[in-house]
Design a protein around this ligand. Structure first.
Ligand SMILES: [Cu+2]
Length: 166
């Protein structure tokens, strides 16, 4: 259970739909500091939460209201732990969510059904205008992955980038 981030998202969405935590759309996205706990790290098809002490590279990705990431594609080595720093240069909230292309597409559909859905997981970061946020991630699997902004309308407008892991 809980192995794939999407299932966690789904559980949260269902909880929200059940009326539990549905009324906080205007509050800040979860602001609890992300603390690394090796015991809680789960493998996903696109890697795992990275240990901040193992970071070998910082990659900056800018987000803009043109619904584009800059750079739109990044390359990492398999096994590498990177710190992705997402800077929001726009006037609206953006997010950066890592995943496989299929998973991100499904997640985007879910976001359309539950626009108020909020969740905070190691492979995603929500960034307010003018702010920055970060993800520490270890890319353990080779392949082509994506990072996307799943805020309704943004993904559809093409707010998606590519991660090549070799
Ligand atoms: Cu966005």
């Amino acid at each position: 259970m809980n192995r794939f981030p999407l299932s966690t998202a789904l559980v949260l969405a269902l909880a929200a739909a059940a009326g539990a935590a549905f009324a906080h759309g205007n509050e800040e996205h979860a602001k609890k500091p992300k603390t690394y706990d090796a015991a809680k790290v789960a493998d996903t098809p696109f890697g795992r939460e990275g240990d901040p002490r193992q970071v070998t590279r910082t990659i900056q990705v800018d987000m803009a209201d043109t619904m584009r990431f800059t750079p739109a594609s990044i390359a990492v080595k398999r096994g590498e732990t990177v710190r992705l720093v997402a800077r929001n240069k726009g006037q609206v909230l953006h997010e950066l969510v890592l995943g496989t292309p299929d998973e991100l597409k499904q997640h985007a559909e879910l976001m359309k059904k539950f626009p108020e859905m909020e969740h905070e997981e190691p492979h995603m970061v929500h960034v307010k205008p003018g702010r920055r946020g970060e993800i520490v991630w270890q890319f353990t699997q080779p392949g082509e992955f994506q990072f996307a902004c799943l805020i309704p309308g943004h993904f559809e407008a093409g707010m998606v980038g590519k991660v090549s892991v070799k």
